[in-house]
Design a protein around this ligand. Structure first.
Ligand SMILES: [Zn+2]
Length: 423
């Protein structure tokens, strides 16, 4: 079994005042429908009945009402299937995203210099305007509308950072991603501000691990940040803006390269799946300490995860996510697994119980992979020894391994023979 490759593109709607009002009203109605669906589902009521009632009763266009109810029930399903945390709430208020199908709830029109949209909110009401977004996203959407290789799918309208946004899914008509349940190697990925650590495990043992450093991304961001702060009082000159664009391009390019390295490394293993930490919804609920907060706010985390997921998918490699609780504090050796914040001091992990030392992010990557195996209901191997920490840095001549390799058992497998594309 394989799944299609889907990508989400983000645009700003920039509606006029009446459009904003229409959207705001519809978001609240969607929240009411969501809450009611969840409340009744928790109550043990029949899901078909809930569907029928709410779809006919909602003050939303039909298609949107259906999709909102469906999404609410999916949230319940996910909760039952995977999570023992984050039970969906039915008492939240505020806006809830509107989901709709292409050419039903929303439509797009290509013009020479822009893409226009029309979105239905409540019955007989539509919001119209021009999509704005990054040149990259606009280009991809334009391509998807015209080309046979991509299909435009459902979209979600939502309010985020004071903007009205439309998140449009596009699906590749040929590329297929393997079901994660059919994976053999689980690669835990621990993404940080200055490096990503990877650890490949299967049911019998740890196979290999690596740390890919990118200190220049952190350095660059800090430098521009201080510079920007200094000039904030004077207002932004075109000079500042030029530096910002330069910084953005630099970080973007580097993250693309790093994500390529990651996928290259991962694709050597037999039927891999990449596992990330699920940081969604963690911010308000539980205090995971400053490390987590830093990571939530750091740009590389989200972008790099997105790039890796996307590039991996093009090679047929699926991704998954796990609950991040204690991944950075637990000793990854099976006989120990001692968990305390004190184990970690910046990049150094030293277990206060068994005394083992490790690169802190590599240790976390192993824990992520262990959780990933567990989530797939696989045997988690008994880890007695771990391979030495290997680092990979990018140099002028390309990618080099630093000469610290001692664990030479990288069993080479090529991922399903699918030829990848560069971006
Ligand atoms: Zn230990």
């Amino acid at each position: 079994m394989q799944k299609s490759l889907t990508k989400t593109l983000v645009f700003q709607l920039q509606p006029d005042e009446s459009g904003q009002q229409l959207l705001a009203d519809a978001f609240l109605e969607a929240r009411r429908v969501y809450n009611e669906t969840i409340r009744r589902a928790k109550n043990g009521e029949d899901w078909d009945e809930i569907r029928q009632d709410l779809e006919s009763d909602a003050d939303l266009v039909n298609n949107t009402a259906q999709l909102v109810v469906q999404k609410s029930l999916e949230a319940m399903e996910n909760y039952y299937e995977y999570d023992d945390y984050n039970q969906p709430s039915h008492t939240k208020d505020g806006a809830y995203p509107l989901r709709s199908n292409y050419e039903e709830g929303y439509n797009l029109f290509l013009e020479d210099d822009c893409i226009r949209y029309r979105a239905s909110t409540k019955p007989y009401n539509t919001v119209k305007g021009t999509l704005s977004g990054s040149p990259d996203s606009l280009e991809q959407l334009r391509h998807a509308i015209q080309s046979d290789a991509w299909r435009v799918g459902t979209a979600e309208a939502m309010r985020r950072n004071k903007n009205y946004e439309l998140h449009i899914n596009i699906t590749h008509t040929k590329a297929k991603v393997r079901e994660k349940e059919e994976s053999r190697t689980v690669v835990g990925a621990d993404i940080n501000e200055d490096c990503v650590a990877l650890a490949a495990l299967h049911e019998e043992d740890i196979i290999d691990s690596v740390v890919i450093d990118y200190p220049e991304i952190k350095g660059k961001r800090h430098r521009y940040f201080t510079m920007r702060k200094r000039t904030q009082n004077v207002g932004k000159s075109s000079f500042d803006r030029m530096f910002e664009r330069k910084e953005e391009r630099f970080v973007h390019d580097r993250l693309h390269k790093v994500s390529r390295q990651v996928v290259e490394w991962v694709s050597r293993f037999e039927k891999p799946v990449i596992v990330f930490e699920d940081l969604k919804g963690m911010r308000d609920s539980i205090d995971y300490g400053t490390r987590m907060n830093c990571r939530l706010h750091s740009l590389p985390f989200r972008k790099l995860r997105e790039f890796i997921t996307y590039k991996a998918a093009f090679q047929g490699i699926p991704s998954d996510k796990i609950n991040p609780k204690y991944t950075s504090q637990a000793c990854s050796l099976t006989d120990c697994e001692h968990t305390t914040r004190v184990n970690r001091n910046k990049k150094r992990f030293k277990c206060v119980e068994c005394g083992r030392q490790d690169h802190a992010d590599r240790n976390a990557a192993i824990n992520i992979a262990k959780k990933g195996l567990g989530k797939l209901n696989r045997n988690v191997p008994a880890l007695k020894t771990l391979p030495n920490v290997r680092k990979m840095r990018r140099q002028a001549s390309g990618c080099v391994n630093q000469p610290t390799v001692t664990h030479g058992t990288a069993r080479s497998h090529h991922a399903d023979g699918i030829v990848g594309v560069s971006d």
